[in-house]
Design a protein around this ligand. Sequence first.
Ligand SMILES: Nc1ncnc2c1ncn2[C@@H]1O[C@H](COP(=O)(O)OP(=O)(O)O)[C@@H](O)[C@H]1O
Ligand SMILES: [Mg+2]
Length: 458
Amino acid sequence: MAHEKKIYECSECGFESPKWFGKCPQCESWNPFVEKVARNVSKNKQKSIEIHPISIFDSNHIEAFSQKILTGIGEFDRVVGGGIIRGAVILIGGEPGIGKSTLVIQIAGMWAKNNGDVLYIHGEESFHQVKERAQRINAVHKNLFMYSSTDMNDILSHIDTNHFSLVIIDSIQSISNSEVDSLPGSITQVRECTYELVQKAKQLNIPMIIIGHITKEGYIAGPKVLEHIVDTVLYFEGEGKQSLRVLRAIKNRFGSTHEMGVFEMCYEGLKEVTNPSAIFLQERPMGVSGSIVFPMLGGSRPLLVEVQSLVGKSRIPQPRRGVMGLNNQRVSLLTAILEKKAGIYLSDRDIFVNIAGGVFVDETAVDLPVVISMLSSFWDSPINSDWTAFGEVGLTGEIRRVNGSRIRLNEIAKFGFKTCIIPRVDSSDLPEKPENLQIISLENIRELIPLFKEREKK
Ligand SMILES: Nc1ncnc2c1ncn2[C@@H]1O[C@H](COP(=O)(O)OP(=O)(O)O)[C@@H](O)[C@H]1O
Ligand SMILES: [Mg+2]
């Protein structure tokens, strides 16, 4: 008989301990611990797979590995690194209703048309629901096989028939392994099932797309646990009510994590947005304070997004701070720099900063536009609507250089913006600037103050 011992596991993050805790030491959630019996299921499974050492000179394996198969959905292919590699496991996470099933059925339909048989496991919805969706978005094809199951071993036996060139699991939380002593959807089940699917994908050398729901903390079922097991982790995001959706990579063993795919949710499914800047700026208000356009560099393609700030006198002792689409701590840091280095007293202000359109910006080049939008809102002084800015702000208030200046400037000029505020560089280093674009290059955020004061005088 297998050796069994009792352990406690956090139902939020999967942290295991021989002792019960009221608060999880890892994710700090309260009362999440459930008792489980530990059995070494995965270790036994691992032994059953045959792997032989391969010479590093073996070119057959290298070619097979580097061959990328296009799904035909350009925005998706770019985000995963130029197509799907055989044996790769891609996890797509997102909130319920965001459009994960729509995206994967669209991929499945295209794949069935162009590349061969697809197995679509739907554990959550009925055959009719999935078929209705497939018909609505025109993904019905004879090579697309639907299978409704929630049992891991049953699913593996169908994958084992090996006539599928792509397997889709919708969703990982709906399937479970009866050998594992844990409820379906629990961290242990999700981890074990993902692990087994990854093993199968590698063994048969077929790609797999797994859908994962996001927990209330914004993790795909168990924070880092799944991210280590799979090859690629994608997040599908957007403002629920708006039709814009953004797909971005959090982890990618086969490409950059800076690429971003943009889609629009329509009745016929997800439409690719090849010119996203126009869409992101569509609803931009003109002539109001606290708003400036920032040329973001999402991978190889630039994207113009609107940075918005609201800085107002607080009526409570501890002013409120809210940040959406940006790193919260970065905004706190910029607020502190503005106070200390530019003498702008913000401690008694409520401050809200937002990136319009539901995009997440994780590059420091957004510092300068954030600072400008905060100043604009602070003085209630609108910035010209054809102005833009990019640059990193350092702790002494200095404005530092960022990469991709030329690509950013070209995108700005393409959309008819007239002025861009950038970090000070030697004139020889100044990127070849597009015609009709005025450049204001600054060294320190203090130099922004006269820009606003001059406007006041006019
Ligand atoms: N009949 C329909 N017509 C138009 N849009 C629909 C229809 N049914 C669902 N949708 C859209 O699809 C979204 C749900 O997508 P789905 O792929 O099921 O999301 P997820 O799998 O992420 O939960 C809904 O929020 C809605 O925008
Ligand atoms: Mg779904």
